[in-house]
Design a protein around this ligand. Structure first.
Ligand code: F6R
Length: 612
């Protein structure tokens, strides 16, 4: 991990590589580098730290050339350092490689290569690729064939860009389980791990599938399978524009994305009902009465924030439809021999559509004969392409590492899926359907309402609670689930130790941790559970905790136990989570900002987790 960009054309590749790497910065990384070919020599410049450090290095030690590859690295094997940064050279400096993914058998390959006399200078798994390509290249000086043979030897995941001094007009790329696209320009072509890296130049690309290679020249692209057979692919056109990847006056992408949520929710609801308003329309999903009747359980699988959106779905589907719904984080699901079969509907959720664990979970579910419905944001992503049905979440680019608008879009999707299944299976009355539909339609303006009114109060709380070292988020039912998301956001960007707990479970242990410096965020928007959670808040208050509550308008009695309250507009019980999460996002955002953290690129995190 994390970002790859490559260029071949008539321009100097360096500015293209630097602008590409800058557009991938949002994915999180710890070092950056470029390899540029000119006059039979490859020059590498690489450094620990940000792309701006790389730019400074390039000012001091300039390079130029019409063929180049660039990389931002998120350390997996070996610490972030100048040496471990990509690109990596072969010993004779004829071949340079950038790589996303993990070479699982790198130690074995390294031992073998060292026995052959190859010298390693870094601690990375990637360096084995540079030496292996070199090893096979020496057999018959065929770069594509050398890369192909290398792929046959390596286990694990890869997106690769390779250049060689003997091929001044060629870029070789390959992919397995780590995204890579080949961008089509005029008189120039590109490779990239994600479209923002090349969107300034083209929105057309071939999306490589697993174990495919590309031979890229400035006016020709050839694609091959792992056996070396040439293959044909359709060109994919991305509808995303460059503006979507800019901050548009906001201090951070995260804040911009938080404020985009009214529109995102609205877009996700638009055209999702038939003209008479009586049915849900889910384009691309062939899950009608007949298919659903054959389903006896649902499994929801995802990671992180997407998993919490899925948990909301679990609570809703079980309650409205009465089908058992299991849920798992994808990294557990994929290794647990899940009890699923052709009568299971597996719903996977992913913003990026490239999360390695979620993608593997999808493949496992398909192997076991289950139908897989993917709820995905990134169009054309691996998960979207491999699922049986796809519901796109229409959130647009999400640049900030911390997911906000994608979560709201996923939750909206779960609302729609729940209603669809309930209706197809005759589990919801027309009256209830209409009531929920009307409540759904109010959500965009209610989100807007919170965004307009809540900020001064939230900034006040942040000021008051900025010294907190331990934060509990508690709630019951749907409030518990959304508190998990609130807690995750605070950990991710404010770096505060925070734990979500089912409010009723607190007294079975964790209440021992409550002291006067503890902050407890109590989510109490479920009116049926309001009194219960309020009592739990009373218990922590009695032990000295400071209580910040999120409640529905009208439930003023919460003020008896809370030090501060944020009210959300009144809505149907099913829909409170989406609204309750907005103040949680703002709280985490302002806390992180006031603590001086890098809000959009929190430490140690990557936007799209394409390794296990
Ligand atoms: C949290 C966050 C992560 C992602 C998780 C899954 O803010 O961004 O927890 O939600 O890595 O990513 P996707 O949705 O791309 O599969």
């Amino acid at each position: 991990m994390c970002g790859i960009v490559g260029y071949i054309g008539d321009k100097n590749s360096v500015p293209v590589l630097i602008s590409g790497l800058s557009s991938l910065e949002y994915r999180g990384y710890d070092s950056a580098g470029v390899a540029v070919l000119n006059d039979g020599t490859i020059n590498i410049r690489k450094t620990k730290g940000k792309v701006e450090n790389l730019s400074a290095l390039l000012l001091e030690h300039p390079v130029s050339g019409k063929l180049g590859i660039g990389h931002t690295r998120w350390a997996t094997h070996g610490a972030p350092s100048d040496t471990n940064a990509h690109p990596h050279f072969s010993n004779d400096e004829k071949i340079a490689v950038v790589h996303n993914g993990i070479i699982e058998n790198y130690q074995e390959l390294k031992d073998e290569l060292e026995a052959e006399g190859f010298k390693f200078s870094s601690e990375t798994d990637t360096e084995t690729v540079a030496h292996l390509v070199d090893f096979y290249y020496k057999e018959n000086n065929d770069l594509l064939e050398a890369v192909r043979k290398t792929l046959e030897r390596i286990e694990g995941s890869y997106a690769l860009g390779v250049i060689c001094t003997d091929y001044p007009d060629t870029l070789v790329a390959a992919r397995k389980e780590s995204p890579l696209i080949v961008g089509l320009g005029e008189g120039e072509n590109f490779i990239a791990s994600d479209i923002p890296a090349i969107l300034n130049y083209t929105n057309k690309a071939y999306i490589l599938d697993d174990r495919e290679l590309a031979l890229v020249k400035k006016d020709e692209i050839k694609l091959y399978d792992i056996n070396g057979n040439e293959i044909q692919k359709e060109v994919f056109t991305y509808n995303w524009n460059v503006e979507a990847a800019q901050k548009s006056g906001y201090e951070h992408f995260m804040l911009k994305e938080i404020y985009e949520q009214p529109k995102v929710v609205k877009d996700n609801l638009a055209k999702r009902f038939t003209d008479d308003g009586k049915h849900i329309v889910l384009d691309g999903i062939a899950l009608g009465k007949k298919e659903l009747k054959g389903i006896n359980q649902i499994y929801i699988v995802a990671c992180g924030t997407a998993y919490y959106a899925g948990l909301i779905g679990k609570y809703l589907i079980e309650r409205l439809v009465g089908i058992p719904v299991n849920s798992d984080v994808a990294s557990e699901f994929r290794y647990k021999e899940p009890l699923i079969d052709e009568h299971t509907l597996v719903i996977v959720i992913s913003q990026s559509g490239e999360t390695a664990d979620t993608h593997s979970a999808l493949k496992l579910a398909k192997e076991k004969g289950s139908r897989v419905l993917a709820v995905v944001n990134a169009v054309g992503s691996s998960i979207a392409r491999d699922a049986d049905d796809v519901l796109y979440t229409l959130a647009g680019f999400e640049i900030s590492v911390a997911s906000t608008k994608a979560f709201s879009a996923q939750v909206t999707a779960m609302y729609l899926i729940t209603l669809h299944i309930a209706q197809e299976l005759g589990k919801i009355s027309e009256k209830d359907f209409t009531e929920i539909k009307q409540a759904l339609e109010k959500l965009p303006s209610q989100v807007n309402d919170i965004l307009t009114k809540a900020v001064p109060a939230i900034r006040g709380f942040v000021n008051k609670y900025i010294g907190s070292k331990n934060v509990f988020y508690i709630g019951r039912g749907l409030d518990y689930v959304v508190s998990m998301e609130g807690s995750l956001k605070l950990k991710e960007i404010a770096y505060l130790h925070s734990e979500p707990y089912a409010a009723g479970e607190l007294k079975h242990g964790p209440i021992a941790l409550i002291e006067s410096s503890t902050l407890v965020v109590g989510v109490c928007t479920q009116e049926a559970l309001f009194d219960k959670t309020k009592s739990n808040l009373e218990e922590v208050k009695a032990r000295g905790a400071k209580v910040l509550a999120i409640a529905m308008q009208g439930n003023k009695s919460i003020e008896e136990v809370a030090d501060d309250v944020i009210y959300i507009p009144r809505t149907h019980w099913m829909l409170t989570s989406l609204l309750a999460n907005i103040p949680q996002q703002l709280f985490a955002y302002y806390m992180a900002k006031d603590l001086g953290n890098d809000v959009d690129k929190p430490r140690n995190l990557a936007k799209s987790v394409t390794v296990e």
